[in-house]
Write a protein that binds this ligand. Structure first.
Ligand code: SAJ
Length: 430
């Protein structure tokens, strides 16, 4: 392996996972090459800047680029380890699309040499790492591919899912346990040596198929549990019971731990990955599929409730938050954005958006007449409020500043909010 500065790692895909991963590995002193298909991303990283917001990532990237340990490029170069961290979206019919993974593997094939390790980190349907091995075997018949050629393999191939939480990526990249699945156990051991260089959490080895399914299972577990909370919120709403109080009380049971209802599930992982399990075995995934449907339906429920509130009130309405979850600037697959778009399309200029993590409104929202304002202007000028995201800045607003307002709080951040005094009977929870 040589000294650290001879150790070369190529990371394919400089997105939310690839860029932090590349920077963390570069911090260990290895020479890291980040590959991306976007010339803008490559130029940004090479200038020591970042194109995504993540706590502390800007300082880390500027440091490792300045030291010459991280460099970005549009083209592949030889390396000891190739880490694939590209998107795996689903198509319109919820079928997983591994096209980017296979394209990245094709890129890697051109640079492979005996002794190299290829690791797939992208969330993938079970069996994808084996497809990568098949593709490499086809493209590089000169190399002995593990599980595909007789005799000692020339390279190692493994799957190691990322598990980091946006907003805590740099911490969780180091501290979380990692599941490392090899095409063979030798491959898993090779990959284990690589991850031990920068991971403080435990690294556990298994097969590539088990590791792939583990990743999908983790996100499906969370989706099913959020669906339970969302279903409860709708039932409680119909019964006139405060769901947040019920959950707080039920969670006092030593073996009950209910998650939080909200306006639906967003982001690029939990709302997507369970479909990979459903697509693989539609007949045996009624629970996982239903959870997805319950969480998507909760967004429609939130739109209907907010619509009823806004129709029953007058004047400007403040919608608090657009991000897919608290304290981040990521609006991908955001249920808050979906609710805001539906309300802005219907109520146009009455709608004011408060989103401290946005500098401007997305075009469709702006075109409908909605305006971006700050939280103080909203508190002064809006008697109707819909809480869509539980950003800390909203949570910390004391009761005396929101007393007398008509509020629909989809996140339960203001448990002390009294019922609205004007208009029809307005319920707060759900
Ligand atoms: N949400 C609720 N109620 C809750 C918890 C979350 O409505 O009680 C909503 C959030 O508001 C958000 C969505 O669910 O819209 C997802 O947020 P999240 O914080 O649960 O998860 P992500 O998407 O930010 O990150 C998840 C994590 N997976 C798990 O916790 C099992 C993370 O560890 C993964 O690395 C990431 O998916 C991924 O990349 O797969």
């Amino acid at each position: 392996m040589g000294s650290d500065s001879d150790y070369k790692v190529a990371v394919l895909g400089l997105g939310y996972i690839g860029l932090p991963t590349a920077a963390v590995i570069a911090r260990t002193g290895a020479k890291v090459l980040g590959i991306d298909v976007s010339a803008d991303v490559v130029a940004t990283v090479n200038s020591g800047k970042v194109h995504i917001e993540e706590v502390d990532l800007d300082g880390l990237v500027s440091g490792v680029v300045a030291r010459g340990d991280l460099r970005a490029s549009l083209t592949i170069e030889p390396a000891d380890v190739f880490v694939i961290a590209v998107p795996t979206p689903f198509d319109h019919d919820h079928q997983p699309n591994i096209g980017y993974v296979l394209r990245a593997a094709t890129t890697v094939a051109a640079a492979l040499k005996p002794g190299d390790l290829v690791v797939l980190e992208s969330t993938s349907p079970v069996g994808t790492t084996e497809k990568v091995a098949d593709l490499l075997a086809q493209l590089r018949p000169d190399l002995a591919i593990p599980g595909r050629s007789a005799g000692a393999p020339d390279i190692a191939i493994a799957y190691c899912p990322e598990r980091v939480l946006p907003g805590r990526i740099l911490i969780e990249l180091i501290d979380n346990d990692r599941v490392i699945g090899g095409i063979t156990s030798r491959c898993a051991r090779k990959a284990l040596q690589f991850y031990r260089r920068f991971v403080r959490g435990a690294c556990v080895t298994t097969t590539s198929r088990a590791a792939e399914m583990t990743k999908l299972t983790e996100n499906a577990f969370r989706d099913v549990n959020i669906a339970f909370a969302n279903e409860l919120s709708v039932i409680a709403d119909g019964m006139g019971v405060d769901v947040w109080e019920v959950i707080r009380l039920a969670n006092r049971h030593p073996r009950v731990n209910i998650l939080s209802p909200g306006p639906g599930v967003g982001g690029h992982c939990i709302a997507v990955d369970p479909w990979f399990l459903v697509a693989a075995d539609p007949a045996n995934t009624p629970l996982i599929r239903t959870a997805r449907e319950v969480n998507d339906a909760k967004t429609d429920h939130a739109i209907a409730k907010a619509t009823a509130l806004i129709e029953a009130t007058q004047g400007p309405v403040a919608l608090l938050g657009l991000a897919f979850k608290a304290n981040i600037d990521d609006f991908r697959e955001s249920p808050a954005l979906k609710v805001a778009s539906a309300l802005a399309a219907r109520f146009g200029e009455r709608v004011r958006i408060v989103e401290p993590y946005a500098r401007t409104l997305p075009d469709t929202l702006a075109a409908s007449g909605a305006r971006l304002i700050d939280i103080d202007t909203a508190l002064e000028g809006c008697d109707t409020m819909v809480v869509l995201v539980d950003h800390d800045i909203f949570r910390s607003i004391p009761l005396d500043e929101r007393a007398g307002k008509a509020v629909y709080d989809t996140r339960g951040i203001w448990p002390d909010q009294p019922p609205a005094t004007t208009g029809p009977q307005l319920r707060l929870a759900g």
